[in-house]
Each structure stands twice: as C-alpha cells, then as structure tokens.
Design a protein around this ligand. Structure first.
Ligand code: ADP
Ligand code: MG
Length: 224
C-alpha cells in the first residue's frame, strides 16, 4: 500500500472577527503520497496559506482531520506538538525566517541541536546539507551577508536537517528575481529526486508545473 504522508478529510477553517465569520476552507480533502512533489495553487484569498498553517500545526482547524505520516495531529497534546513539528516537518517560508545573529551553519544545525543530536554529528550533517544546496563556501556567513537566493538555500538546508517526513513551502520563490527563483525550483526538484516529499504553495503557474501534481483551490474548496 502506498503511504500517505499527508491526508486531510473535510478540513474546515472559519476565522471569527468579532461576530463576522470568514470561511477560509470549506471542506478540503487532500492527500500527498510519500515521495510526491505537490503544488497547491489558487487565487489570492482561496485559502492556500490557511491550509499550510493548519498542516504545519501553526493554527487549529474549525473542523475536519489532518493526518501527517499516519498520525492524527488533532489527537496530539499541545505539549507534544512542537516536538512532532520538529521531527516530522520542514518549513520553507516566503521570507526566509533565518536567525540574523546565527551563521548559515548555525541556522542549519539549530533544529538538530534542539533534537539532541551530538555536536560532532550535527555539525558534519549541517556541512553536508550546505554542500548539497551549493553553499558550503558561505557557511560562516550571516544571513545579512547572503543574497535572497542564498538565504533561501540555507532555509532549504535547515528544512532538511531533521530528515522530515514532509516539507511545507509557502511561496518559496515570491521574494526572488526570476532567475534565482528558477534555480530554487531546480533545487526543489533535486531534493525531491533524492526522496523528499514536498508540498508547496505557489501562485506562479510556471513553478507549479515543476511539481508532479497541481491541486487547485478556489474559495476554500479543491476545484481540480
Ligand atoms: N487571521 C485571519 N483572520 C481573518 N481572516 C483571515 C485570516 N487569515 C486569512 N483570512 C481570510 O481567509 C481567506 C483565505 O486566506 P488565505 O488562506 O491567506 O488565502 P491565500 O493564501 O490563498 O491568499 C481570505 O478571505 C482571508 O481574508
Ligand atoms: Mg497566502
């Protein structure tokens, strides 16, 4: 049987602002299999970021279920969520979200350090990952000393550091020029070929088409 890394059933999110209800997701069923590279597309306001935030356990659904790597995440206690997130998920955001006071190398090994991996092991793995994303020569640099594309490469290396079951990316190329964006998409393809499962939100058709499969959202519903 093929393994589902991500599976949502009837996922709903209604934002409440005072007495005003904004439905953002209205019953979304999405599955992602191990090793797949899936792009979630749709117009602004269709619910893409909401879907990613729920899957990334940064917010709770109003209704419905999310399974990640076979685990029902709604059943996890709050206190267990951050460890689960650290072990199962790798995040790549639109704004690179690196710690400015840490070097590229330190940013990449931080999740492994938090997980309790031995120092000599996390340093050598971080170096390997920075080599994989083509940044070994820049590993002692701080984020401010790196270009946008280089910062995003560091973020990708960091996302890979704990060998996550699923990589979640929200508009990873939105703040990059088109040449750099295309290079970052090539890197996504590369790491996918090496076996990583990737779920990426984008509104750029040419990048969505780099994925194995496109899922379209409109008004909080899948419309394929
Ligand atoms: N924190 C929030 N509070 C209230 N409404 C929100 C919030 N976040 C998103 N929304 C609304 O939910 C809908 C989906 O938003 P979002 O998931 O950000 O869409 P997308 O990422 O596809 O542009 C929109 O109508 C948006 O205005
Ligand atoms: Mg969005």
């Amino acid at each position: 049987m093929e393994r589902h890394i991500l599976k949502t059933n009837g996922l709903k999110k209604i934002y409440m602002m005072g007495k005003v209800e904004t439905p953002a997701l209205s019953g979304v069923d999405i599955t992602v299999k191990k090793g797949e590279f899936v792009a979630l597309m749709g117009p602004s306001g269709s619910g893409k970021t909401t879907f990613l935030n729920l899957t990334g356990m940064l917010d709770n659904p109003t209704d419905g279920k999310i399974h990640i790597d076979g685990f029902d995440i709604s059943a996890l206690k709050e206190s267990k969520k951050s460890l689960f997130r650290l072990e199962k998920l790798g995040f790549i955001f639109q704004f690179f979200n690196l710690f400015p006071e840490l070097t590229a190398l330190e940013n990449v090994y931080l999740p492994m350090m938090l997980k309790g991996i031995k120092k000599k092991d996390y340093i050598s793995r971080a170096e390997e990952l920075l080599d994989l994303v083509g940044l070994k020569k820049r590993m002692r640099h701080y984020p401010a000393e790196l270009s946008g594309g280089e910062q995003q490469r560091v973020t990708i290396a960091r996302a890979l550091s704990n060998s996550p079951a699923l990589i979640l990316a929200d508009e990873p190329t939105a703040n990059l020029d088109s040449t750099t964006a295309a290079e970052i998409m090539e890197l996504f393809r590369e790491i996918n070929k090496q076996g990583e499962t990737i779920f990426m939100v984008t509104h750029e058709k040419e990048f969505g088409e780099k994925a194995d499969r496109i899922i379209k959202l409109k008004d909080g519903l899948v419309v394929n």
